[in-house]
Design a protein around this ligand. Structure first.
Ligand SMILES: C[S@@+](CC[C@H](N)C(=O)[O-])C[C@H]1O[C@@H](n2cnc3c(N)ncnc32)[C@H](O)[C@@H]1O
Length: 366
């Protein structure tokens, strides 16, 4: 099974391309940034209308035929195709459309649904809150949360009050994890581990992958009470109820449970401030035995602070929406928190994962 999407750079190259920070910005690049939100709307509409699946199944359709298949009026079809072709997601020759190679490769893999789940997350969870990005920077706080109905103190504590958002979020979270956790399974040697504590483990997607790959391993998911039923359902569907359990609780307020040789934070330390991360890592340090390990698995930005661009773009969400602090931090910020929490820096390990998402893992040993 292919879990990683093909390199997306051909898409950007074919279309003139958005800027990457590696080449001097020109006016075309600046216009890409100016209308970046509209470029995304074309992608979202094409995904929701199944335009790429249609043309993958029936390459060479004309605009009129595409409109008829999608049930769109002529003007609407013209707009959609103007965007999809000019952005490089379709090619057109003699009035006949084909899916661009990068998408054609992707559509054939299980990663296509994961990509679409990510598009839906950007549209229905991320988009609106980003309107408050400037104010979030000014106040150093997640002002965009005001756009999410409910009273919970952060996005996660409001999801159960917004069922559509909750469903989009957990579908995406599973997919986003699956885009990278094959590398976690490959690179993380758990042969000496027996019990894993997965802090804020979501629907257990990563614990399921790790326990499936390591038959001697059992895991506990620490999750907020409102999410626990979603987690339990997925564990049951995976047939792992005898090896993975769920502990409803609050990782900030509660003591960490004891008896674990490995503590994992997967897509977790991107949400909180460095100070909160240090406090969480200190709790992990305190609960671990000598030789026990902490695993930080998420996207990382580089230590130079100038990329990769996906890390930068994803940071807008973490600045504006989920909780008061958070971003796609550079590797060194986590290492600093690990040092402050008591971990010995001579045993830190960084592993950068391949693929178009900027995922990686840091392993520290007590
Ligand atoms: C970004 S998701 C990551 C889910 C999962 N680790 C993954 O990688 O797919 C963050 C998760 O942390 C949980 N969470 C947030 N605050 C928490 C808290 N105070 N205590 C326990 N879990 C929390 C959320 O409910 C959510 O499921």
């Amino acid at each position: 099974m292919t879990l990683n999407a093909p390199d997306l750079s051909p898409l950007t190259a074919a279309a003139g391309g958005p800027p990457t920070g590696r080449t001097p910005l020109d006016m075309d690049g600046l216009a890409w940034i100016l209308f970046g939100h509209a470029a995304f709307q074309y992608l979202n509409a094409a995904c929701e209308l199944n335009l790429y699946e249609l043309l993958e199944a029936k390459p060479g359709l004309t605009g009129e035929e595409i409109g008829a298949e999608l049930g769109l009026a002529e003007r609407a079809t013209d707009i959609l195709l103007l965007g999809a072709a000019s952005l490089g997601t379709l090619t057109v020759q003699d009035g006949r459309y084909q899916v661009a190679a990068v998408l054609s490769d992707l559509v054939k893999t299980p990663d296509w649904q994961r990509f679409k789940d990510t598009v839906a997350f950007e549209q229905y969870v991320v988009y609106e809150g980003q309107l408050d990005f400037t104010e979030s920077l000014r106040t150093n706080s997640n002002v965009g949360l005001r756009r999410v109905r409910g009273t919970g103190r952060d996005l996660y504590h409001r999801l159960s009050e917004n069922p559509h958002m909750e469903s989009v979020f957990y579908k995406y979270m599973r997919s986003w994890s699956e885009l990278a956790n094959q590398h976690l399974v490959e690179k993380l040697d758990l042969s000496g581990s027996r019990r894993l504590l997965d802090c804020g483990g979501g629907d257990a997607v990563n614990s399921i992958a790790l326990t499936q790959a390591n038959p001697h391993l059992s895991a506990t998911i620490l999750e907020i009470a409102a999410t626990a039923p979603i987690t339990e359902k997925k564990i049951e569907e995976a047939g792992l109820s005898d090896r993975i359990d769920v502990k409803p609780g609050d990782m900030h307020a509660d003591e960490f449970p004891t008896g674990y040789d490995t503590v994992m934070f997967a897509h977790q330390l991107v949400i909180w401030t460095p100070e909160e991360n240090t406090a969480l890592l200190r709790k992990a340090y305190e609960t671990l035995p000598e030789g026990g390990r902490v695993i930080i698995f998420n996207s990382m930005s580089n230590d130079e602070g100038d990329g990769p661009v996906v890390a930068a773009l994803d940071s807008v969400y973490f600045a504006a929406l989920p909780a008061e602090g958070g971003m796609i931090y550079p590797w060194k910020t986590y290492e600093e928190s690990l040092r402050k929490a008591g971990f010995d820096e001579s045993a830190f390990e960084r592993i950068e994962f391949p693929g178009w998402t900027p995922h990686g893992v840091i392993i520290a040993t007590r």
